[in-house]
Design a protein around this ligand. Structure first.
Ligand code: DQA
Length: 146
């Protein structure tokens, strides 16, 4: 892993339940499956993946700061429900210079009205949503070009 540029892939609440959580919305791919797909693609791109998940908002704030301070290349974040609530994540992203890509498995704009607002999307460089696990792969390809 030594010299490859690092991409932090941060996952918020309930994403540890992927595979069994509302499969009609999120599919049956687990977070471990997504990690394995990202690892394979990262190797091809000459990158390293630092994959993390937490149900706690502050952990995600800490990890955004850590990615920035450790000179990682980019952050890919699926903030889960914190997308729609978290001023702390908005401030964390605004407070660093590392590029942050927001990803979602589902397309929040095609779902309930409370999912239409994204605090994270207002601070992120860009958003990829609605392509299931492929959203993460598209984000990784985008991050590779930074
Ligand atoms: C999600 C969309 C959010 O609205 C939801 O709260 C999630 C998952 C997605 O990946 O589609 O937990 O971020």
């Amino acid at each position: 892993m030594a010299d490859r540029p690092v991409i932090f892939v941060l996952n918020g609440p309930n994403l540890n339940m992927l595979g069994t959580r509302e499969p009609e919305i999120y599919g049956t791919t687990t977070l471990d499956d997504i990690a394995a797909m990202l690892e394979d693609r990262a190797l091809e791109l000459g990158l390293a993946i630092e994959m993390r998940q937490s149900n706690h908002e502050g952990h995600l704030v800490d990890w955004i700061q850590e990615a920035h301070l450790s000179d990682a290349k980019a952050v890919i974040i699926n903030p889960g429900a914190f997308t729609h609530t978290s001023v702390a994540l908005y401030d964390a992203i605004k407070g660093v210079t590392i590029p942050v890509i927001e990803v979602h498995l589902s397309n929040p704009h095609a779902r309930e009205a409370f999912r239409h607002k994204s605090f994270v999307g207002q601070a992120a460089k860009g958003t990829i949503a609605g392509f299931g696990a492929q959203s993460y792969m598209l984000a990784l390809d985008a991050a590779a070009r930074f």
